[in-house]
Design a protein around this ligand. Sequence first.
Ligand code: N01
Length: 529
Amino acid sequence: MNDFDVVIVGAGFAGMYMLHKTRSMGLSARVFEAGDGVGGTWYWNRYPGARCDIESMEYSYSFSEELQQSWKWTERFAPQPEILKYANHVADRFDLRRDIRFSTRVSAAHFDASSARWTVRTDRGDVVSAQFVIMATGCLSSTNMPAFPGLDSYRGERYHTGEWPHEPVDFAGKRVGVIGTGSSAIQSIPIIARQASQLVVFQRTANYSIPARNAPLDPQYEARIKAEYPDFRARNRQMQGAFGSANPRNEVPALTSTPEDHRREFDKRWERGGLGFNGAFNDLMINQQANDIGRDYVAQKIRGIVKDPAVADLLAPRQVLGCKRICVDTDYYATFNAPHVELVDISQGGIEAITPTGVRAAGRTFDFDALVFATGFDAMTGSILKVDIRGRDGLALKDAWSAGPRTYLGLNVAGFPNLFTISGPGSPSVLTNMIISIEQHVDWISGCIRWMREQGKRTIEATVSAQDQWVDHVNAVAGMTLYPTCNSWYLGANVPGKTRVFMPLLGFPPYAQTCERVAANGYEGFAAA
Ligand code: N01
């Protein structure tokens, strides 16, 4: 059996930086990656129109000044192929591939208390031992394919946005159905519509989408950022979501502002485009009445774009603005003005069945040449729980999490020594610029391992009481907001049977400070032996 200091599961942005960091500490590491290349979510999500909703100058590693100075983004919001190219560039630049086993999925990780080591098994028969196991499995990497009746009977082409083929898919002249209206659907629908002869979109819940206003990256802006990149990064780390310091939240409540103020601020942000729309007022996520003002603004915008009032009405979201992650699009709403594009409301009956030739829904039957499932992910816990993880006394992680994920700091689970989760549930993760959260976690885990070596400790694990308090804290923070009011994937509500728990923690800066304090106090809340 091969012995390593560290086994890392996944070679997305988290796994790559973790590998780089462990190597720089002189530790031996092995990464296992299910795909045949690096990039994680950007390796799998190759659907038409896939691009990041965080601006390019921010959605990249900050740990290497040489890297951030030398890489050139071409657009304000980077498209998936360019982000994948960047991931490959990083892998080459830091010579990462030699420690990554591609096309290999970790199937099990079991802890042995007597040796204080993990035994890790893969679907290709590898059995390796490691002191530390680090789950760098990504938050949105386990696709959600609902068990629609008749799914397997379908005879046409079938795609899931989260597992898109590597070869381009040609929809020219085809009748296409898209199920779902989340970010993936909203990005791909306008492009599919340009090719397809007929496009039918099945919508269960109308979503909020803000124009991206994507454009070639302004060279002057790029030069300005690069002239002070470390300061720019530092400012962004002070933001709630670790991004967007150039367009911060307007620290004024909507409730005490006038209708003219509302229009001016929302107009400004709608014109600027992107996720900053949600920062128009500081009470949007904590006060329903304030949020209603934002909701009505978006509905009125949709009515201005979509010509058929009945379609515009269907597209106008009802739930709290920002409760589900808002989408960022190019021409999404306008696509429904095309005569060959139809929106079908399935909010009442859902998809009744998939048939051999298409879909039955809303009391009608539809025939398609191709069906696109844009039905999202088993977020945050899906990929972790796919691995048979057993901690002390054979405790299975899926049992420890049977009532929803429980972690301390989103980094470790009581009873699972030396197992770390990068951007795990209970950490800010998906509510932030993921790469910055990843860096913060990797740096913290590395510091912890270094401390253990210095102190001669073999194991570290969260205490049950620290974990209980942390879970209560994450819930209490979410409970002060409107986030828990809708069926979002943040709550696991998109996956039938998944326990409804708000999984990410709001607020990057206080979280990062807490992690620093915990470390400075000798890893407070952890037991090390
Ligand atoms: O997935 P989603 P996504 N019957 O879960 C519908 C990130 N991302 O892949 O809302 C019928 O948002 C579901 O309906 P409902 C980003 O963080 C980022 O689009 O549950 N419909 C919904 O409309 C994003 O939030 C980018 O009622 C069903 C859709 O499928 C996250 O990934 C781009 C159904 C799923 O939407 C997930 O986005 C893309 C059923 N049984 C993704 N089950 C960027 O821009 C589900 N649906 C960086």
